[in-house]
Structures are given as structure tokens and as C-alpha cells.
Design a protein around this ligand. Sequence first.
Ligand code: SF4
Length: 276
Amino acid sequence: MVLIQRLVIQKTTSKTEGSPPAFQWKLWLYTNYDCNLRCSYCLAESTPTTHRRALGLSSAQRLVDEAVELGFNEIFFTGGEPFILHDIYDMLAYSSTRVKTHVLTNAMLLRRKRLEKLLSVVNNNLVLQVSLDGGVPEHHDSYRGQGTWAKTVEGIKTLQAHGFRVRLSTTETPANSAHLDKICEFHQALGIPEEDHFTRPLAKRGFSQEGLEVSKTSLVPEVTVSLDGIYWHPLSTDPDMRVRKEIFPLKAAVECVQEQLEAIANKGGDTPSTFT
Ligand code: SF4
């Protein structure tokens, strides 16, 4: 907790003008990199044939323990599509009994046995964050593939019917930017409140050839772990965003983020963005 407090103090005192963004104490875990979809703007370059690079249950559990000890108050499981993994339910059960836990998904696989297993994990600490880019198929399918909007909406309704809290995330693209009001009407019709919907811009990373350029200097750090190391932010696990190769101990990773953040702040520059 002391480390986190130091980071917060550093962030909130490093600028002389304006209000710096609040430091987000979120830990992100890339559970895997393969996915049932192949979205053309995927930041993780995920496809059904992408090498899995699974983090693994024991590492995820140790990270949860160390994160709780350090004072992180939210953990996000992302990929790839986490529900491809057989052990994602054990990860979510372990995490959500200790800390607020979010899992990012396209909601297309959550039927039958997967749904049954997820139902054994449901609790108030667990939030399903589903990617939905529009209130109609053409605003979503152009980047994610034909027919994906209908399947994701079906998945959202199934999750709601079984009592899960569903949060929606929308990536703003040229296909939907003039119609963001439609997605708001749509999620409200589904009974999803404004506080459980957010929109973020397209980032020029991974498969995306368009969107905002992002880097360590433009993003407020959110400690992100994959099998390959510790990264600055979940938007990218490209080599330039890596903070440290060794995952453990997490405390050392936080110290590395702190040192790099201090170096960036000392150089001045624009106020970074929280983005997620
Ligand atoms: S954007 Fe999400 S759903 Fe699409 S390929 Fe990447 S990980 Fe899969």
C-alpha cells in the first residue's frame, strides 16, 4: 500500500498546472492471446490461431495474492478471449472472493457448459465487461466480423438473465462515431445504466492501422501482466510498453513503474490520459 500511496502522491504533485488525472489502481492480467474472433482492430493481434501464451492458474493466483497485499482494488482479466481457457473459472473464483474482479469478453462463447461453470462463480464482486460497438450490427460487425453483433447481444442477454452484472465497452471507430447515441439508447433498453457503459477511442496498435498513437508518455500507467512480463498499460503489450521482463514479485514491478513514471514526469510534457 505504501508503494501505491507514493505513486499517487507522485502523480498528483508532478504537474504545476491543471488537474492531473487520478491514478487508477487497476491490475490487468492477460490470461491468453488466442480468440474465437479476429477483429481487424485487435490490439492484442488475437485470432483463433494466435499462440495462446497462457498466464496459467498458479501465476494468476499468486498475482491476485500479491496485488491484494499491495493494495490494488480492482483486477481485470483480459486477452484474447479468456473464456477459451478451461481454468478461467478457477481464476475468477479465486480473484473475486478477494477483490473486485472484471473479465473482458466478447460474450459469444458463454453458453451450455461454459455458462454452467461461470454460474458457479457468480458473486457481487464479479463484473462481465462485454465489447459492443453499436446499437445495430453494421456499427459493430465492420471491425469484428459479420454476424458477431447478434451473437454478442444474445450473450449479453443470457448473462443478464442469469444475474450477472454486465458492463459494456465501446471502441469508437469511423463506422460508429456518428452513431454513439444509438449504442446508448440500445444499452439503456437492455437495462444497462450509463455508469456501466464507456467508450474509448481506437488506438493505433496491434492490427489497427488507424487511431490514436499511444505510448508510455501519453498514458497513465495501469500495471499489466502477461506471460512475457510487466507492461505499462493494457492497450498494448508491444516491446516498447514493457516495464520489466520478470513478473514476480509484483512489488518490484510496481517500483519499476514508479521509477519510469518519475522519469517521465521529470521531463515534463503533456498530461497523460487514463484511456480505459
Ligand atoms: S478485439 Fe477482443 S474479441 Fe476481437 S479479436 Fe481481439 S481479443 Fe478477440
